[in-house]
Design a protein around this ligand. Structure first.
Ligand SMILES: [Zn+2]
Length: 194
């Protein structure tokens, strides 16, 4: 299953693919049905630093219309590790399309922290990288390891912290290093021509 978004020249959502509703409902994103057309990128992406990276990706795509950029990122469901592949292409009039598909999936015991239907939340926040899905718990660690350290792998553990998204240091270096944010020309390993 793939899901697609289109953003206009002002980075506002201008359209979605036919699978949008099914994908959102299957992944706990019922709040995104119907799709929030007209909303800006910043309203979709919770972390300002992550938003900067996505703006740069859209900008790079607009500078090279017709070139497909391929990005790989991690986006787990509660009971599955998932590697996603996003293809970013600028179409006409500065509109950029992002088509995201599940590349690899691996079942695992459910991680309650990632389940949006678990209602109880503490006031605590846990930072998750929007690229590699690691969480910051004494450094950046895999989400399962982070939950193990914080004793959050059992639902009976009590209320869960809320997730706030950002980008970890190594992903920032890998992605922004290739995005010409500071005038460089190279593309990062994670961002290659499709
Ligand atoms: Zn990361």
């Amino acid at each position: 299953m793939s899901v697609s978004w289109r953003f206009d020249g002002d980075d506002r959502l201008s359209g979605v693919g036919a699978d949008w509703d099914d994908f959102a409902l299957a992944n706990g994103g019922g709040g995104c049905v119907p799709p929030p057309i007209g909303r800006t990128l910043a309203e979709f992406i919770s972390g300002p630093d992550l938003c900067v990276v996505w703006r740069a990706i859209l900008g790079l795509s607009r500078r090279e219309p017709g070139r497909a950029l391929s990005l790989t990122y991690r986006c787990d469901s509660p009971d599955e590790r998932r590697i996603m592949t996003a293809t970013v292409t600028c179409q006409d009039r500065a509109e950029v399309s992002i088509v995201s598909a599940i590349g690899q999936r691996q079942p695992r015991p459910a991680v309650p922290l990632l389940d949006p239907t678990v209602p109880d939340h503490t006031g605590e926040m846990i930072r998750m990288c929007g690229w590699c899905a690691r969480v910051k718990v004494d450094g950046w660690v895999d989400v399962e390891e982070g939950c193990r350290r914080l004793d959050l792998l059992e639902l009976e553990s009590g209320p869960l912290p809320r997730i706030t998204h950002g980008i970890c240091d190594s992903c920032r270096a890998a992605v922004t290093g290739g995005l010409d944010l500071v005038g460089g020309k190279s593309l990062a390993a994670g961002l290659r021509s499709a």
